[in-house]
Each structure stands twice: as structure tokens, then as C-alpha cells.
Design a protein around this ligand. Sequence first.
Ligand code: HEM
Length: 83
Amino acid sequence: MYSFWQTVLLEEHTYYGAPFMPHMNLPVSKKHFDRWLELFFKTLDELFSGEKAEEARWRANKMAEMFQLKIAHYQKTNSKPLI
Ligand code: HEM
């Protein structure tokens, strides 16, 4: 997680994983992602402020949206990503 955010926010390339993969088969829906975002934003507000904090907020939101779309797609088509 540290290297993921370091790569995304600080442009220091230390993460080489595939972040979607561990989430693909989780039994999660919108309510879980909404709760994840709520906790993430709360923690962000408690610990950080400024431009990078705003970017983290924006990126977390986009990633959560993208994960949900991909999970729904793979469930619907009963398929798996190649990587
Ligand atoms: C309901 C929401 C979420 C749940 C339940 C969840 C759960 C998990 C789980 C179970 C893992 C695997 C942990 C392990 O291997 O020990 C994981 C890894 C990870 N998650 Fe999430 N996650 C959620 C949302 C997100 C979002 C929105 C992001 C991105 C902003 C994110 C980023 C990551 C990353 C970067 C990893 C590490 C992947 C790797 O090992 O390469 N997660 N998450």
C-alpha cells in the first residue's frame, strides 16, 4: 500500500503490482466501497492537507469507481482479466 501511494502521488516508482487483482473476487458492492471511501477520506483529513491530499482524495475516488466497474463487468461476463 505504501509503495502504491508513493508511486501514484509522489511519482517515485516503487510499486510494480496489479492493484485490481486482489479485489477481483471479493464479495463487495457499492456499500463497501462507499464505506472504504468514507474511512479513507476521514483518515486523510485527520493526517494531511494540501495539494497531495486533494490528489489522494481524487485518485481514491477514481480507483474505487474503476474497481466497482471492473468487478461488475467480470461478474456479469463470468470472465477474468488476463493480467
Ligand atoms: C471495499 C473496498 C476494498 C476492499 C474490501 C479491499 C480489500 C483489499 C484486500 C483484501 C487486499 C489484499 C491484501 C493482501 O494481499 O494482504 C487489498 C490490496 C490492495 N488494495 Fe484494496 N480494497 C478495497 C479498496 C481499494 C481501493 C479503492 C484501492 C485504491 C485506491 C485499493 C488499493 C489496494 C492496493 C494497492 C492493494 C495492494 C495490491 C498488491 O498487493 O499489489 N483497495 N485490498
